[in-house]
Design a protein. Structure first.
Lengths: 324, 639
């Protein structure tokens, strides 16, 4: 491993920029949805204020809570942060880029789910158990498509690390763009299929409307919210921030599939950052649009949607094998 | 004698003897590495040889049995009245250790049989109806396996006319491999032959279940590795693909059945089937790559296999020991009757949590490491471009990822229902913290899980000797050199030490940030229950409820029967009592084993009627006919 100070500085900067931007993207989606429904809506920066307020609030712990309640929120947050440390959102050399294996990313997401569901079951609340059960129900169904998306990318580019994967696609796309479509092996179908597949997975994993509705606290509709129903004060703040980070992880991977543009040196960073934010805003608009037009669906119809996502990623994988 | 029993002399003596003999064999096999010796007795010569593979297995068996013996020094108290347990378990462990160093087929088969017999005696140790029927099934299945293994060895003998393993190198054709691998699969509990495992492993005392699930099933892996990588003549690569797909199916179905269980030990037993499936997948890829000459892929898959043997042995034995403690201090293994044990058994719950995380492959623990190597080998086998392998490895990736997520669900259920929430019955309410010696026995494998997960380079470089013995190559154990799958180009890297350091650092930063920017006010209050103040701990989510939605989606895997019985009263909505029963049946058991058993009984009834006639001429006639049949088999098939 060669150590580069420039990579270290900009990798750290990239990480902090994404972490700081995360509540903005979530707030932006929220705002769009509210305006489309004809409500006045909260401010775009409301989620920052909420987080700050939750940190100042008193922490109420259940008397049945064990050590899990104290460690689980932190581990959930840290697993998302570790994934963000690996993602090359707009700078190619992310901090943990050397070990940013795609399987590791998928399993780190599972680690967060594992601890969040343990937290849910910790207080002995029936809602918590229900939320944990439903969360794993979704995870079991969406994990194969998520891993298939990642492995198709790995097979398509013959790279295993997410930084290398998107750098490879970026180079291929640039070659094709600059010197005609025949010059490089670049596929449009594979990223397209993977994008749709990952979009469906991210809607289900991030508790978005056709699958889940995070705005209600009605036990019949709860997936994600039921897990953190007992959380309060700073724990709730961490969970909320964690959900913004998870959304950002998925949106960032989608934005990289959609249009990979990562800076490789210091001069490209401003343009790459601007393009990254633009891509994210476009994705936010798409997500908000999907959330506005769809009603929430029955729980046992969710497998059908997720199997569509699985089939699409399977097709993408078969297409990417054709390259050999 | 009774006085001796009362003081637990047997328990101390035999557990210490196990520890000592494990240490003795470890030292012996390191000291005599690469040498061989023969023990002559009046009727048979036992020949032994120490090579890298047997050294690995000797160290593995010895270390796991040392933890388990430390654990049973205290845990075994309740078995003092019937101390045969300690004698059998000592002989059981001893026969396994000698099994892996034996170097001729008779020695191997004798100790294989001794291992089976002693484990059978341990399964029926409790003497209940349940344990006797489980013991019978185990006895039957394991002997079918032994017959097949013996058949494989006999065919090898006919081919090489030698008993020694030295002459078997490259001698086993496809028939021999098929017979032996089927036999070993029965011992490993691979999917169509798994029926005995979920019955036999849970009924034994917990320390024995830990040995059976953590160590004994791996003897089958030893046998398969020996046959496939040492004895195999290397002709048919399709066998590797069959092993891959059977392993993937076992992994998925094993964990799906594990999710449906209420009994903690039964859940763990099904999870053993899953992990054996994962190991089989690695063996399949490695064998296929061996024959098709994809060398680096072969080494990677072999590393995944050996690492998973170690990881599964450590985490499964610690979980089984933990389940034994739960059983000992709450007198139940049914997780629907437990709950809230974390407050009563604090240290055990931390160790159990780490074991559960390790076995459900959560990074950065060791379970993820071996699963990661397996995923990389699967991606590598897609890269090979071989039509069949690409096709089947894609299926295997899908099944493995589904199994991985389902393992998370199953073990969340196990830990959440047992250790978290409120106690559901008085049994859980009155639990007490276990004895320190018992906890030490669990703590050592748990610490090793963390160590291997975070800093695996030591063990990888040790395993390289075994990989070299089996495949003739090694895997890089450099922390920052990326993995190669089929060609010289680096493919990917998972650096556990780096991830662990980053994890700790970020956790520390988050912690410090919260410490300085959030309020420290804290209040302990009741869990919110919609404003009701009813204190009914049964109102929590149950284990059955937890897994029901997943089971509903994958209902084709199960054959479950659930019914609600109401008392026949007039009121439709305000019933005084209702009984809900659910049983989940194994589809293999229901549609293959039970019908096959019935057919067998019918046929034997017919023979019974015909043969048991009083006429001696007819009996002699049968004897003559069977003699002729034996001759025909000898002349036309074996020669």
């Amino acid at each position: 491993m060669n150590f580069n100070v420039q990579h270290l500085i900009f990798g750290t900067a990239q990480f902090f920029i994404i972490v700081v931007l995360a509540p903005f993207f979530a707030g932006f989606i929220h705002k769009l949805k509210q305006r489309a429904r004809g409500q006045k809506g909260i401010g775009i920066f409301q989620f920052y204020i909420n987080f700050n307020k939750l940190l100042k609030k008193e922490l109420v712990l259940s008397k049945d809570a064990t050590f899990i309640s104290n460690i689980a929120p932190h581990i959930v947050l840290v697993s998302y942060l570790i994934i963000l440390l690996m993602l090359p959102a707009f700078y190619r050399y992310s901090l943990l880029g050397v070990s940013s294996d795609v399987i590791l990313i998928a399993y780190s997401l599972a680690l967060a789910t594992f601890f969040m569901t343990l937290y849910a079951m910790d207080q002995g609340s029936a809602f918590g158990g229900l939320g944990a059960s439903r969360e794993w129900f979704l995870t079991v169904l969406s994990e194969p498509s998520l891993i298939f998306v990642f492995i198709s990318l790995a097979i398509y580019t013959k790279q295993g690390r997410i930084t290398d994967i998107f750098y490879f696609i970026q180079k291929g796309a640039a070659n094709a763009f600059l010197s005609g479509i025949h010059s490089g092996a670049v596929s449009i179908a594979i990223p397209f299929l993977l994008f749709i597949s990952l979009f469906i997975v991210s809607i289900s994993e991030n508790a978005r409307i056709p699958i889940d509705n995070p705005e209600t606290h009605l036990e019949l509709t709860m997936f994600h919210e039921a897990n953190i129903l007992e959380a309060s004060g700073k724990h709730l703040g961490i969970y909320e921030y964690g959900s913004y980070l998870k959304l950002t992880v998925f949106l960032t991977v989608m934005s990289l599939i959609l249009f990979p543009y990562m800076a490789v040196n210091i001069y490209q960073i401003p343009s790459a950052l601007i393009i990254y934010v633009l891509k994210m805003i476009i994705l936010c608009v798409i997500i908000a649009g999907v959330e506005i037009v769809n009603p929430k669906m029955r729980v046992f119809r969710v497998p059908n949607v997720l199997s569509v996502s699985f089939i699409l990623s399977l097709i993408a994988m078969i297409l990417s094998i054709r390259g050999f | 004698m009774d006085n001796l029993k009362h003081k637990g002399i047997f328990r101390y003596f035999f557990n210490c003897l196990t520890i000592l003999s494990a240490a003795f064999f470890t030292v012996l096999s390191i000291y005599c590495f690469k040498s061989e010796f023969i023990v002559q007795s009046s009727f048979i010569d036992f020949s032994f040889k120490f090579n890298a593979l047997s050294l690995f297995f000797v160290i593995f068996i010895s270390s796991v049995s040392v933890f388990i013996s430390i654990f049973s020094i205290k845990y075994g108290e309740k078995y003092d009245k019937k101390p045969s347990l300690f004698i059998y378990s000592f002989l059981f462990i001893l026969s396994m250790i000698i099994l892996v160093i034996s170097n001729d087929m008779l020695t191997f088969l004798i100790f294989w049989e001794l291992m089976s017999i002693f484990s059978f005696l341990l399964v029926i140790y409790e003497g209940s109806e349940e344990s006797r029927s489980a013991g019978f099934l185990y006895f039957l299945m394991t002997h079918i396996g032994t017959i097949l293994i013996t058949a494989g060895f006999i065919m090898l003998y006919l081919k090489t006319s030698s008993f020694s393993f030295d002459y078997y190198k490259g001698a086993a054709g496809i028939m021999i491999l098929a017979a032996a691998i089927t036999g070993f699969s029965i011992k490993a509990g691979i999917m169509p032959f798994h029926t005995w495992l979920p019955y036999a492993h849970p009924v034994a005392p917990a320390n024995i279940s830990a040995i059976m699930s953590g160590v004994m099933v791996n003897m089958a892996i030893y046998g398969i590795l020996k046959f496939l990588f040492v004895f195999s003549s290397g002709s048919n690569s399709f066998l590797g693909i069959i092993l891959l797909i059977i392993g993937a199916l076992s992994a998925l179905l094993g964990i799906m059945y594990a999710m449906a269980q209420k009994d903690i030990k039964k859940l763990l037993a099904f999870s053993t089937i899953e992990n054996m499936g994962i190991i089989f997948m690695g063996i399949g890829i490695s064998y296929w790559a061996d024959i098709e000459n994809f060398k680096s892929l072969e080494y990677l898959a072999m590393l995944a296999v050996l690492l998973h043997v170690v990881n599964h042995g450590l985490s499964k034995s610690s979980l089984f020991m933990g389940s034994g403690l739960i059983d000992k201090y709450t007198h139940t293994r049914n997780m629907e009757k437990l709950g809230g044990l974390s407050k009563k058994m604090g240290q055990l719950s931390v160790m159990f949590l780490i074991g559960v995380m390790s076995i459900s492959a959560m990074p950065p623990l060791n379970g993820f490491l071996s699963e990661w190597y397996l995923y990389i080998s699967l991606i590598g086998s897609v890269f090979t471009g071989n039509l069949y392998m690409v096709y089947f490895s894609i299926i295997a990736i899908a099944l493995l990822s589904l199994a991985g997520a389902a393992a998370g669900a199953a073990f969340t259920k196990l830990f959440g229902i047992t250790f978290l929430g409120k106690p559901r019955t008085a049994n859980a309410e009155n639990a007490a913290e276990s004895h320190i010696v018992e906890r030490i026995g669990i703590a050592i494998p748990v610490l090793l899980c963390i160590y291997i997960g975070v800093y695996p380079y030591q063990i990888i470089s040790s395993l390289n000797a075994v990989i070299f013995y089996l495949t003739g190559g090694t895997v890089s154990s450099n922390p920052f050199s990326a993995v190669h799958v089929i060609n010289a180009r680096p493919f990917s890297l998972y650096a556990p030490a780096l991830i662990a350091v980053a994890f700790t650092a970020v956790l520390l930063i988050v912690f410090l940030y919260l410490k300085s920017f959030s309020s420290d006010k804290k209040r302990i209050f009741e869990t919110w229950a919609c404003g009701l103040d009813e204190k009914n701990s049964k109102a929590q989510y149950s284990g059955g409820g937890f897994s029901s939605s997943i089971m509903k989606v994958f209902s084709s895997f199960y054959s479950s029967v659930s019914e609600i019985n109401f008392e026949k009263d007039v009121k439709k909505y305000f019933r005084s009592k209702s009984v809900y029963t659910e049983e989940v049946n194994d589809i293999f058991e229901k549609y293959i084993y039970i019908p096959a058993g019935k057919i067998y009984l019918k046929i034997s009834e017919i023979f019974n009627k015909a043969a048991n006639s009083a006429n001696i001429n007819i009996s002699l006639g049968y004897l003559f006919l069977s003699l002729i049949a034996c001759f025909i088999i000898y002349i036309f098939i074996i020669r």
